[in-house]
Design a protein. Sequence first.
Lengths: 252, 316
Amino acid sequence: MLKAKEIVKDFGGLRAINHCSIEVEKGSIVGLIGPNGAGKTTLFNVITSMYKPDAGRVTFKGEDITGLRPDQICQKGITRTFQISRELKIMTLLENIMLGFKDQRGEKIMRGILNPASVKEQERKNLERSLEILEAMKLYELRNEPAAILSGGQRKMLELGQALATAPEMLLLDEPTAGAMAGETAMVVSFIRRMREEQGLTFLIVEHKMEVIMGICDKIIVMNYGEKLMEGSAEEVRQNEQVREAYLGRGA
Amino acid sequence: MTSFIIGIITIVAIYCILVLALNIRWGYCGLLDFGVAGFFLIGAYTSAILISAPSESYLFGVRYTVGFGLSWPIGLIAAAVTSGFLAFLIGIPTLRLRGDYLAIVTIGVAEILRYVAINEKWLTRGVQGIRNIARPFESSFPAASLASDIIMLVLTLAILTLFFIIASRLFTSPFGRVLRAIREDEVATSFLGKPVSHFKMLTFILGGIYMGVAGALFAMYVTAIEPYQFIPTYTFLMWGCLIVGGSGNNWGAILGGALIMGLFIQGTRFLPSISGQPQLIPALRYIAVGILLIVVLRLRPRGLLPEKAIKTEETQ
């Protein structure tokens, strides 16, 4: 479904990603791991067009999406979340979710002012759906509070909910459980599973918590120094000598 | 006295349109606009040139060709169009960049326009200014009459009301929701599939249209405009109004405009001069505005009428 081929990204003299290729199959959950500075987030940023790659192409469902604007990437069906969650703090939880929906008629300036029945009807539908999402995220009670009051884990849930509102085909989650407590982590994990089962969503996940990655991923890609070290099942990754070295250093 | 009060309400309402426009740009969308006076100027001069009677006169050897003698609604619409177009032109290179670039460019363009108005005498009559600008229905009600003042007041309040309603509806609409999201986090908003530059451009143009119309009303109301009426001080007075009133709240914009432009700037015109020093009161005005700003920021940092959180369920 998503293919990144021979991606190269330099920052000045530093090569953050060096001819890295990855592939994510439809309906799969793929984990992206590696030590700090391996280039995982940079690869995310290249795929979602936050950065332009210096070489290489990104294709989604066979279509070249390299260098599109971030909003166009989202329109194509890829939504991402951030390592440090970027919820909109002054806006209420409900507004955060409502913002996510695509093709909102009221986002056209004239229809926004005139607020015809067609806009109202769509808003009502989106509102219902938003409340469902908030309920699923266990954030329903806080729906009219500003997002700034949320805890770290709740922020991650809200961001996930916001991403869901965009009706994506594929989600790129950058450390979805960072800053979440144990219970919240379990919730995020079960949520990812459910979204795959119920809606057939495809996931690419960067995560540092190995128990999370090992538990939910069909395939794990290990990066080191901007290159793909290996890919395989959780078991294969666990057994791999090179991976251990990358994480723990060479044994004495 | 009646005409004085009508005059003050009219002029304050015109400035309130500017504050409202600044609220749309900054309060809704976070666009750092320091060029309010420039958009005001382009609106005022456009309408003044279009609605003034045609004349070809010589003054100090320069030939002036001011005036097309068109009707006032055309002046108003043209002011909206030119000012909106100016916003579009400024927006192309700046809106994709960080906010501070917009600030620099807008204040620069506003000053350039003022110097154009000072120097291009064939078009603007320079510092002499354009005089005898026609008011609506001037043939029946001459400019000095009370009836004419009332017509200007009604016209201004009607436009202010219309603009206020448009701005308020926009704030709670899905369009306004995107603007508030952009204000908070442009990057996150773009990753949610919103073409951020497009939204910023529309907002900037809408603000320009408001300011241009305010300029046209100003030209018709004062009937004589000159470059000095568009110095950057006015831009920062509008910022003062918005900050005191409450950024992000349209009622706050109006309150701030009424308080600073009405009470502090216009209201103090009738104070007797202190111990024969005519310069003292104008200077004290700005000191008073400064103190008001400090006090409000200290006690109510989000303004007298802060932005209200939107309860989406209630707007349904």
